[in-house]
Design a protein around this ligand. Sequence first.
Ligand code: AVJ
Length: 315
Amino acid sequence: MDRFLTADDLAKTLRQDVREGLEATPKTLPPKWFYDERGSELFEEITRLEEYYPTRREREILIARAPEIAAATGARTLLELGAGSGEKTRLLLNALNGTLRSYVPVDVSGDFLEEAAARIAADHPGLEVRTVVADYEQHLHLLPAGERRLVAFLGGTIGNMPPADRLGFLTGLRATMGPGDALLLGADLVKDEARLVAAYDDAAGITAEFNRNVLHVINRELDAGFDPSAFEHVAVWKEAEEWIEMRLRSTRDQTVRIGGLDLEIAFAAGEEMRTEISAKFRRDRLEAELGRAGLALAGFWTDESGDFSLSLARP
Ligand code: AVJ
């Protein structure tokens, strides 16, 4: 296992993110802190919700297009950013079976990676599986090189980054790519506002619990005194930015102590703290964004309903 991120690094980044985010106006927290064990379980539940279509739609595209993607790339290495453990990885590995030599899952959580890697290695004898504990927004240049790498960034997670960060990420990734490399990018598409909001504010309240879970993470990791029941889940569609915004709204005037940072944070009744954006894309804008990063669109596929997209891009 390559480890470019230690537990100390993560703890330091959490402290910095929480201090900066809670002292900002409006308050904000980065979505990466959702995914402790409970948050990851809640996200798995979200992927099975009727309202949350992205996972199903991306799987549909992969089932239909993985052979074409394999033929187009002839990848020797599959490098998966934010490694899933799920079916999508398996679909890609099976389709790439003819040419693939190694699979490199990259994630911030070492434990999760080890488990996923062990399962994949057991199912694919002869495939080199090399786990990398890293933050793909900082460590792209440290990821294993090699010829004919297919970098998979699936699920629509690219949408968690605002435009400027996306450009930085894609440009950074392009800088590590050789002529035989390619990017396989999952991106959710713009659609009817009601469907978008429902996908992030499901009737069962699982997304609300997922959103509030970040308060439990901060309470535990930074000895804070958030009362999650004093915050309401909000999911809104921002027409101009074309992204879903998740927020936590304070239900009353309250002051929260963050013991680990020796901070007291005041929330006014109704004040909203942003916890995630999930940007939605259009083909022409996605092609232009990739182009600005030096990547050319070599393939663009959607599911039957046109809800979600997979793009193949090359340097
Ligand atoms: C895992 C980041 C792709 O943005 O749709 C799901 C996370 N947030 N429901 C997304 C999420 C609320 C998801 N990604």
